[in-house]
Ligand binder design. Structure first.
Ligand code: 13P
Length: 243
């Protein structure tokens, strides 16, 4: 069985132009894998293209073009050689009030433009405490993937990111993650008859816990926030999971 994982760096709204220049000096030429995707803040994307990894966006819009100030379309992304887009990150859901219906439209447009979509799902601490995790994930999956044809699933990657684990240093146990990913995969199989959906784990993945997390049998890779902005830590994560 293929054991190599996918590693995606979500740099969010971090680093200045000068810091990016230092970052690239340490990263470029060291990755050497198209299983690694770096998603910088979008204004820096041209600096990241045509290197030894793929480049992704942290968000894309639901239309091809038009009067949508501040947005970036999947068509524009594809025209720049961008392969991947993250959709429905919990920070987009939380701070920009993105709901499943909008997320679903964004997913469809991105697939139409042949981008790989990383659809983020995950429960809050409160939902977890109330034992509602599976219910929440079910709603996010059904809402986000509504109306997709079976062949469109080849472009979909799911990222399970428990919100309480993002940026907190708290991580579920390997057993918990295995069980939740198992639930996600069986749901996609049951509802969409799609067998091999890749599911990433995200939330406080670091160079310190990657060896342990990498033992999770059904995880397809990792979505890394904070640690992806630190070249040495990010390269260590890649070393363990991808190489
Ligand atoms: P952290 O790795 O900083 O917890 O962030 C995870 C995340 O939100 C990636 O999308």
């Amino acid at each position: 069985m293929e054991n190599k994982k996918i590693v995606v760096g979500n740099m969010k709204m971090n680093l200045t132009a000068e810091e990016i220049s230092d970052y690239l000096k340490e990263i470029n030429g060291q990755v050497g894998s198209n299983r690694v995707v770096i998603c910088p803040t979008s204004i820096y994307i041209p600096y990241f293209l045509k290197q030894d990894y793929l480049v992704g966006l942290q968000n894309t819009f639901l239309h091809e073009s038009g009067a949508y100030t501040g947005e970036i379309s999947p068509k524009q992304a594809a025209s720049m050689g961008i392969a991947v887009t993250i959709i429905g990150h919990s920070e987009r859901r939380m701070y920009f009030d993105e709901k499943d219906k909008l997320i679903n439209e964004k997913v469809k447009e991105a697939i139409k433009q042949n981008l790989r979509v990383i659809l983020c799902i995950g429960e809050t601490a409160e939902e977890r405490n109330m034992m509602r995790t599976e219910k929440v994930l079910r709603k996010q999956i059904l809402g986000g993937l509504r109306g997709l044809e079976k062949d469109m699933f080849d472009n979909v990657i799911l990222a399970y990111e428990p919100i309480w684990a993002i940026g907190t240093g708290e991580v579920p146990t390997n057993e918990e993650i295995t069980k939740t990913i198992g639930y996600i995969k069986s749901l996609v199989l049951e509802i969409y008859d799609y067998e091999s959906i890749p599911v990433l784990y995200g939330g406080s993945v670091t160079d310190k816990n990657i060896k342990e997390l990498n033992k999770i049998p059904n995880v397809s890779g990792f979505l890394v926030g904070g640690a992806s902005t630190k070249p040495k830590k990010f390269l260590k994560i890649i070393e363990v999971a991808v190489k």
